[in-house]
Design a protein around this ligand. Structure first.
Ligand code: COA
Length: 376
């Protein structure tokens, strides 16, 4: 046997590839999309501008932005037989499972979009436009709401809110969701993006790569953390109860969802921005209790474990007062992150190298074959 190699469990700190899309400075708490600081993008950009930036490598001019919005608006309409497929899914299914199944199924109706190469950018736009329609179609059916109208005139954020809430969003709600979509759009080689790139690196198609990514995002250590964080805030109820509940969980060695990060050693800059939106939405709705509970949880977890919040701590405290149900938080993460996944898949296709690491084998090698009759 060869000398044992040093195993980097969880590929921690392994630099797997070169990318021009996203940079995280974990020590300084900076996040950059294609050269632009997330703080500037969250303050000044729209999700559509950010999607253009991720896919095409630069901010759009007025005409390019209008064209992209027009295309995304038109692409919201889904084929009728595909809509019937979504409607046939169990009404009590998890929306993440629905999203994963639906993206995979959509490929059957759009074979031309699934090929790597020139059509992949069209597939990126198609999936980014389609995800809110898929989610809205499923959610409205399970709630007995009227069928979704594609509403091409709405921004992505306004359309997502209309699809879920069955009403037009206020300006503040639309901007809050727009910022949340910008903050979730990309995050370097996070687990789901890596899963997407691994699939794309086999020269598999865009829809298969995004399906892999949705499966990875679903886990509670990744995108699923946001639902658990709001459940904790609800369990706590009022800030004065936070001390006892959080300390008891920590004493039982439970993880507090929405804290800690593989890359950030300081506060996640997205958490800083979303905390402010949690306060703004709370004030506008006359209910600051999520914000206040999470503020207290933040203090205790930092004091007890030295951990900082990540983005997932606050997203639910922005979504819940708007009326978005908990089981749509992780799907909303996908609605945004699909822009980043597809940017990475496109980059993978441009500079393709099969991603295939090796394992340090630690099992036996020289066992003698035992005939089945002799096995105990
Ligand atoms: N709550 C309590 N303790 C935590 C913690 C959390 N959220 N996150 C990390 N820790 C502790 C671990 O128990 C470990 O302590 P130990 O050394 O005493 O055993 C230490 O911090 C290091 O954790 P580790 O799991 O090695 O870090 P990681 O880089 O593998 O983990 C996460 C990164 C994100 C998986 C982890 O922080 C976590 O599980 N967070 C909660 C889920 C979450 O919010 N995910 C969204 C990420 S954006």
């Amino acid at each position: 046997m060869t000398e044992p190699a040093r195993v980097q469990r969880g590929l921690e700190e392994v630099v797997a590839l070169e990318s021009r899309i996203c940079f995280i400075d974990g020590k300084l708490g900076r996040l950059i999309y294609r050269g632009y600081d997330i703080r500037d993008l969250a303050a000044k950009a729209t999700f559509e501008e950010v999607a253009h930036l991720l896919w095409y490598g630069r901010l759009p001019n007025v005409r390019e932005l209008a064209d992209l919005k027009g295309r995304l608006g038109d692409l919201r309409r889904l084929p009728d037989p595909f809509l019937r497929t979504i409607e046939a899914l169990p009404a009590d299914a998890s929306p993440m499972d629905v999203l994963r199944t639906a993206v995979s199924a959509l490929a059957l109706y759009e074979p031309a979009e699934t090929k790597p190469g020139a059509t992949a950018i069209a597939g990126a736009e198609r999936l980014t436009a389609a995800l809110p329609s898929i989610l809205g179609t499923f959610h409205r059916r399970r709630r007995g709401l009227p069928a979704l109208r594609p509403r091409p005139e709405l921004s992505q954020a306004a359309y997502v809110l209309y699809a879920i809430l069955d009403r037009d969003a206020s300006e503040l709600e639309e901007r809050a969701l727009d910022v949340a979509l910008i903050l979730h759009a990309d995050h370097e080689l996070n687990a789901s993006t890596f899963a997407a790139r691994v699939t794309a690196s086999t020269l598999s198609d865009l829809y298969s790569s995004v399906t892999s990514a949705i499966g990875a995002l679903k886990g509670p250590l990744h995108g699923g953390a946001n639902e658990r964080a709001i459940e904790l805030a609800e369990q706590i109820g009022t800030p004065d109860r936070a001390d006892a509940i959080v300390k008891e969980k920590l004493a039982r060695h439970e993880r507090i969802m929405g804290f800690g990060h593989r890359v950030y050693k300081v506060e996640d800059p997205r958490a800083t921005i979303l905390r402010e939106w949690s306060r703004k939405i709370g004030e506008a709705k006359g209910d600051l209790h999520y914000y206040e509970v999470l503020e207290r949880v933040k203090e205790i977890v930092h004091q007890e474990k030295g951990l900082y919040p990540n983005l997932d701590l606050y997203s639910g405290s922005v979504y819940t007062p708007i009326g978005i149900p908990h089981d749509l938080f992780t799907p909303l993460f996908a609605v945004s992150r699909v822009s980043g996944w597809t940017a990475h898949i496109l980059e993978e296709y441009e500079d393709l190298r099969l991603i295939r690491p090796t394992a340090q084998y630690i099992g036996p090698t020289d066992l003698a074959w035992t005939p089945i009759a002799n096995r105990t």
